[in-house]
Design a binder for this molecule. Structure first.
Ligand code: FES
Length: 160
């Protein structure tokens, strides 16, 4: 952790916990500043606040909005709730993992361009199976359609 990180953390502390706000608010700021919940940052905040780090991690692990590892530029969220599962969500996930060469349990590609995540019902069962790419909701998906979407993003990425 460098001096710049410490300065950013001090600002986060002052504007959240130091101002009477919750641990959740501090963690949201931390994630938005650093991209994910960095362990060394949590430890710094916990020490500064005089609150056990375990309390912070309790919050981090309770809420799905927090991420303990860096995520890719594009987030592909496959709904794996019951209806989407019955309509083939697992095949979509398999295809995505194969096309993006995600080995073992990794969710993010090595080039940090894509992260593939699975969630429970996103509340749009009538258009299952549902995939959300960044903010875009894609209805009635199937493996080949997803392969095309990934290719489009990869193509677009070559020009970035
Ligand atoms: S199960 Fe996927 S939207 Fe409901």
């Amino acid at each position: 952790m460098d001096a710049g990180d410490k300065e950013r953390l001090a600002a986060i502390y002052q504007q959240t916990i130091g101002a009477g706000e919750s641990i959740i608010a501090a963690l949201q700021r931390l994630q938005s500043e650093f991209g994910y919940i960095r362990e060394d940052c949590v430890d710094w905040l916990a020490r500064r606040a005089g609150i056990p780090a375990a309390k912070f991690y309790g919050v981090v692990t309770f809420y799905t909005q927090f991420h303990l590892a860096p995520r890719g530029k594009h987030i592909i969220t496959v709904c794996s709730g019951t209806v989407c599962h019955v309509k083939g969500a697992a095949r979509i996930v398999d295809r995505l993992r194969r096309d993006l060469q995600l080995a073992d349990g990794s969710r993010t590609t090595r080039d940090m361009r894509f992260t593939v995540e699975q969630v429970n019902c996103v509340g749009a069962c009538s258009i299952a199976p549902v995939v959300i790419v960044d903010e875009q909701v894609l209805a009635k998906q199937h493996p080949e359609a997803m392969a095309r979407v990934v290719k489009q993003y990869q193509k677009a990425g070559q020009n970035e």
